[in-house]
Design a protein around this ligand. Structure first.
Ligand SMILES: [Ca+2]
Length: 384
């Protein structure tokens, strides 16, 4: 998960990392941790995120060392303070950092596209990369194979099984593309040699991820050799280390959380993440509302729902024929614009709090809508 929207201020980047996934389908301007932003400029994503294609690169050299082989002063200060603050053993963390390698591919992939190169955002193009026959078909297979676990997660967290399957499908093609970068190398590269010195808050954010990665490793919860996306997102649901720390769960009660090899842990962790980010049992993702002809004035582009049913009806919105207002109409809502930038057009939908919970996984209207649409396609093809 990584993300980005125009409203996202860098200060909130760490929150982004919440879930972070790595999967970026081969969409323009998209890579592992960076799916296209729904609005705004270059996306930066750090939560559970989008599938990562991307060649595994050669290691380029020690990331954290001085020419003499000692840890760089900034790295030394980081690890000493981490050990002291969290009561972690210093020596193994120093050894880990001494073993880390700068990865030039990581640095290249995290960088925004070159200035001056305009990338037109298109919902239809984005959608076609995720809501397509292969991802739907594999989603049906995944659903059928893991139906019991998905239903258990749905019961426990209130998040429908197709939504959980869809997230794992969008993130990593159901575990087929989890990234092959050594997470320690990726995080060390981004924490101490972030390619854009003008964005120190990003390096700071990655230092926080590295701190949580090392904490998990020192506590025996994550292997130091764990592989993931170029941004450090891990496993089938592409959780960043901080998200693993706060939201991952041991779905099969094995005593260990393994998001890379254990599907049950991955499924339960997605449910846990969404549940702890505002998902409400029983609410749809979109409200059955017919909007006025031009609802653009109602779009605020934010990641929190701020409209009410009465403000929407006052603006001309109506219940769709035959739909019920039960449940969702007492909830805050937000108008979702799905743009075709080159044409200057957009589709609009009305997002409930569950739509906005999906944006906590990846801060993008495109992402959240693609997850909901892929879930609908999967749901339509599986028996209940
Ligand atoms: Ca487990």
């Amino acid at each position: 998960m990584f993300i980005c929207r125009r409203l996202l201020q860098l200060g909130t980047l760490s929150a982004l990392l919440a879930g972070c996934s790595t999967t970026a389908p081969t969409v323009q301007n998209t890579s592992a941790a960076q799916p296209p932003a729904a609005t705004g400029t270059a996306p930066i994503r750090i939560g559970p995120s989008t599938p990562t294609p991307g060649p595994e690169l050669a290691d380029d050299g020690p990331a954290a060392l001085t020419p003499s082989g000692a840890l760089r002063p900034d790295v030394r200060a980081f690890v000493e303070s981490l050990a002291a603050e969290r009561n972690l053993p210093l020596k193994p963390m120093v050894s880990a950092l001494e073993s880390s390698r700068y990865n030039a591919t990581v640095a290249r992939l995290i960088a925004p596209s070159p200035p001056g190169k305009k990338i037109w955002r298109s919902w239809l193009t984005y959608r076609s990369r995720f809501v397509e026959p292969k991802r739907i078909g594999w989603g049906v297979e995944f659903y059928n194979e893991h139906r019991d676990q998905l239903n258990q997660a749905a019961q426990r967290f209130g998040v429908p099984a197709p939504i959980i399957a869809s997230i794992i499908g969008v993130e990593t093609l159901y575990g087929r593309n989890m990234g092959n970068f050594r997470v320690l190398d990726a995080l060390t590269t981004l924490a101490f040699d972030y390619p854009d010195p003008a964005k120190p808050e990003r390096a700071t954010m990655f230092r926080g991820q590295l701190a949580d990665f090392l904490t998990l490793a020192m506590n025996g919860k994550l292997d130091l050799e764990t592989r993931g996306s170029y941004a450090g997102a891990i496993g089938m649901p592409q959780f960043m280390p901080t998200s693993i720390k706060h939201y991952a769960v041991d779905g099969d009660d094995s005593g260990h959380i393994d998001l890379t090899n254990n599907t049950r842990d991955a499924i339960m962790s997605v449910g846990s993440f969404l549940s702890q980010h505002g998902w409400q049992r029983g609410l749809p993702v979109f409200a059955p509302v017919a909007l006025p002809a031009d609802p653009s004035a109602l779009v605020d582009g934010g990641l929190e729902p701020k409209q009410t049913w009465s403000t929407l009806t006052a603006a001309g919105a109506r219940l769709q024929p035959g739909a019920s207002s039960a449940g969702w109409s007492s909830q805050p809502m937000g108008i979702v614009d799905l743009v075709e930038e080159a044409r200057g057009t957009a589709q609009y939908r009305v997002g409930t709090p569950n739509f906005f919970a999906l944006t906590k996984y990846n801060r993008s209207y495109f992402y959240a809508t693609a997850v909901a649409d892929l879930a609908s396609e999967i749901e339509a093809r599986v028996g209940r």
